[in-house]
Design a binder for this molecule. Sequence first.
Ligand code: TMP
Length: 204
Amino acid sequence: MSKKPIIVFEGIEGSGKSHHISVVSKYLTKKKITHIKIREPGGNVSSEKIRRLILNNKSNFNKNTDLLLYLAARSENINTIESSYKKKVILIDRFTDSTIAYQHIGMGVDINLIKILNKFLLKNIKVDFTFLNLVNKQNLYSRLKKRKSLNRYDKFDMSFYNKVQKGFVKISKVNKKKYQLVNSNLDIKKNEQLILNTIDQLIK
Ligand code: TMP
């Protein structure tokens, strides 16, 4: 594996992935390891514009439009990723697995279409490792309730998130060596340590 890997943080809402990616970014900064941290949808000025459009509560796109908008946002990130690929550690908050889990498994968009579009955008870019954060229904519910404002994708019913989370787990089983499952119902500090131990292995 490259010493400058692409590391992705995946999981449903309230699973703690954004917290953990920030902890990892601070850790790398402390160790003076050059890295970039981006999120999807979003990550740069143009992509953040698309994010606001997709997640706006007043938006009412169909599932195919959503797919194309998520991929449009990804398209705007590819240059950013390419310019740091194998030169810096790249941390990404959600990436291609989210598209399969939400748009295909959750919403039923054609998987082949998603694969073709991702391949077209990513070309030779490959994710090296993924932390998949898992949360139970109770914690998901209470974490969403605590959020100050909910966007369009924070408002699905619990069965949808359950389906998407099971989808993520299924995806991870295809290449188990490239995934670490993080049980975010457990102690957050212990999880941070588990993740940082793996990060040490990934960048050594
Ligand atoms: P976030 O709140 O974790 O930043 O994610 C925003 C939402 O976008 C989240 O509900 C998942 C959704 N999403 C997709 O449905 N498909 C995708 O390809 C990506 C990247 C995100």
